[in-house]
Design a protein around this ligand. Sequence first.
Ligand code: PEP
Ligand code: MG
Length: 551
Amino acid sequence: MGELRGVGIGLGVAQGPIARMAEPLPAPKDEKSERSLDDETARVKDAVAAVARELEERGAQAGGAARDVLEAQAMMAEDPSLEAEVATRLQAGKTGEFAVHDAFASFRDQLSAMGGYLGERAADLDDVAQRVIANLRGVPAPGVPEPGHPFVLVAKDLAPADTALLDLDMVLALVTSEGGPTSHTAILAREKSIVAVVGVTDATGLADGDTVIVDAAKGVVTTDPTDDELAQAQNRADERKSAASAPLTPGALSDGTAIPLLANLGKPEAAAQAVELGAEGVGLFRTEFLFLSSSQAPTVEQQRESYTKLLQAFPGQKVVVRALDAGADKPLAFLNDAHEENPALGLRGLRALRASEDILREQLTALAEADAATDADLWVMAPMVSTVEETEYFVALAREYGIKTAGVMVEVPSSALLADHVLKVADFASIGTNDLTQYTLAADRLLGSVSSFQDPWHPAVLRLIAETGQAGQANGKPVGICGEAAADPLLAVVLVGLGATSLSMAPTALADVRATLLDYSLDDARRIAQAALAATDAASARSAAQKAAGV
Ligand code: PEP
Ligand code: MG
């Protein structure tokens, strides 16, 4: 047996034989075209248009997040500056195939160099180039294999066009050798609940037909598994299946303590699925996701419309909306487009909003108007707050607009350490474990080379959460969790044991967490949390919690 490590997406586990994605088309040679410039230009134009239309069609067929991704890819194909780059090469007498390959490759390198969210779009650009070149050559674009039986798909990285139309009856799991937790493969796998482990550098050695276990919860691909391991994996898969079909009861511990289970959303259209999966409200609405591609600040009307749609989906329920969180992994040009050496430590979150207070005021106006027009219980919070003074600033400003419940995110160690003061001012705190882990361990959450530090089980992170939980109890203020950590069922129990009063997560994670909470009382959760807190590193915290929880 061997273990290959990567980044697990979700918590699923699956097993089966491998089918590898076909290798990319060979790169076109740098050759002179025998056609006239007009003919070559027309060929390329037709090929690009055909690919763009095909991507749009695939998007329309797939719907949901896939449609947005594929439409963006179609726009990429027809981007005027790319067209100009291709034209320059055609004018130099190159073939259409080479001109497309070379122009797209130079754009790809520029995107990759940017890193983070934009860097991960580089794979999308590669896919568009491959499709255009295949069209020019009159051959099929490389795509998902069809071995005729269910399989574990192994690929370098999946293009959105492939992920969008995956036949979920056939694809048991995804393993990619490239791509990080924010790649499109990861985003779409999460949305479709596909078991996936991405960034498995050693996946290139996996061969067609070999049986593997793909364990997303551990981020591990097991090669040559024993019968015992296969049986255990099957048991876990069956347990998850029955948890997913369990009744949608409100989140609670075995002693009846209520722990509301809320959804993390990025657009109002995702509300319906969250409700279907039993979300009791929204714990984090990431407003910046609505405007990631805008160069200008959204208008009050645009925002009011989106927020109203969101609030309407949750009548009488709590909806926590976060003010625009610009910077680092979520660039918003209209809030901060300055080059910063360390953007995660720069003018981001509330700092950027304060520097453009009119934008923050407009957002609060839109939120207050949407609130007045609907029946949801609106809570508003500020991202990346690092001082008590910032808390006072935000809460006072929100009150000016009649926002009844104004809170802050605890994502920076300073806020956790001063949580007793922060929670005297704020109505609530919501702990963003993604950033809190990044800042506690000084490890960029977008950087693969330090991803092993990005583990919210680390006792240093747990201590900061405990500090915040205690401050919440002392002040009688709710403390929610809205980072990815809340989606890990056993860690969710630990978080409750540390004082979290609600948990918010990607809706597809709700069923697992709901089922696990029901296995433990509040006393159990506190005991398990203490075991994790006493550890010296993330791995031993996790195993101490497992031992205390009897799993
Ligand atoms: C977090 O940092 O944990 C969080 C929930 O915010 P985001 O992931 O959007 O930065
Ligand atoms: Mg954050």
